[in-house]
Design a protein around this ligand. Structure first.
Ligand SMILES: [Zn+2]
Length: 65
Protein backbone atom coordinates (compact mmCIF):
# COMPACT_ATOMS: atom_id res chain seq x y z
CA UNK A 1 0.00 0.00 0.00
CA UNK A 2 1.12 3.51 -0.80
CA UNK A 3 0.49 6.13 1.88
CA UNK A 4 -1.64 9.07 0.81
CA UNK A 5 1.18 11.54 1.53
CA UNK A 6 3.39 9.87 -1.09
CA UNK A 7 0.64 9.98 -3.71
CA UNK A 8 0.17 13.68 -3.11
CA UNK A 9 3.86 14.52 -3.43
CA UNK A 10 4.02 12.66 -6.74
CA UNK A 11 1.08 14.62 -8.05
CA UNK A 12 2.90 17.87 -7.27
CA UNK A 13 5.98 17.02 -9.35
CA UNK A 14 4.32 18.22 -12.53
CA UNK A 15 6.43 20.90 -14.20
CA UNK A 16 5.08 24.34 -13.58
CA UNK A 17 4.65 26.40 -16.69
CA UNK A 18 4.42 29.99 -15.69
CA UNK A 19 3.08 32.36 -18.25
CA UNK A 20 3.60 36.03 -17.79
CA UNK A 21 0.15 37.40 -17.19
CA UNK A 22 0.99 40.41 -15.07
CA UNK A 23 2.61 43.68 -15.98
CA UNK A 24 6.26 43.86 -14.88
CA UNK A 25 5.92 47.49 -13.85
CA UNK A 26 2.61 47.71 -11.98
CA UNK A 27 1.93 43.96 -11.55
CA UNK A 28 -1.61 44.26 -12.84
CA UNK A 29 -3.16 41.51 -14.89
CA UNK A 30 -2.57 42.15 -18.56
CA UNK A 31 -5.56 41.84 -20.82
CA UNK A 32 -4.86 40.36 -24.23
CA UNK A 33 -6.26 43.30 -26.12
CA UNK A 34 -4.35 45.91 -24.17
CA UNK A 35 -0.98 44.22 -23.74
CA UNK A 36 2.13 46.00 -24.81
CA UNK A 37 4.98 43.78 -25.97
CA UNK A 38 8.62 44.86 -25.73
CA UNK A 39 11.89 42.87 -25.63
CA UNK A 40 10.18 39.55 -24.96
CA UNK A 41 8.08 40.82 -22.05
CA UNK A 42 4.54 42.03 -21.71
CA UNK A 43 3.33 45.22 -20.10
CA UNK A 44 -0.14 46.64 -19.70
CA UNK A 45 0.78 49.87 -21.45
CA UNK A 46 3.60 51.80 -23.04
CA UNK A 47 3.82 53.87 -19.89
CA UNK A 48 4.48 50.80 -17.77
CA UNK A 49 7.12 49.59 -20.24
CA UNK A 50 8.95 52.87 -19.84
CA UNK A 51 8.67 52.65 -16.05
CA UNK A 52 10.13 49.16 -16.13
CA UNK A 53 12.97 50.15 -18.45
CA UNK A 54 13.86 53.08 -16.20
CA UNK A 55 13.77 50.80 -13.17
CA UNK A 56 16.02 48.12 -14.69
CA UNK A 57 18.47 50.76 -15.92
CA UNK A 58 18.73 52.21 -12.43
CA UNK A 59 19.28 48.75 -10.98
CA UNK A 60 22.00 47.79 -13.46
CA UNK A 61 23.73 51.14 -12.91
CA UNK A 62 23.83 50.44 -9.18
CA UNK A 63 25.26 46.96 -9.77
CA UNK A 64 28.16 48.35 -11.82
CA UNK A 65 29.57 50.49 -9.00
ZN1 LIG B 1 1.38 48.08 -15.94
Amino acid sequence: MVPDAVKESQAETKPKVERQTNCLACNKLIKKLKRYYRNGKFYCSKKCWRVFVAKTKAESAEGKK
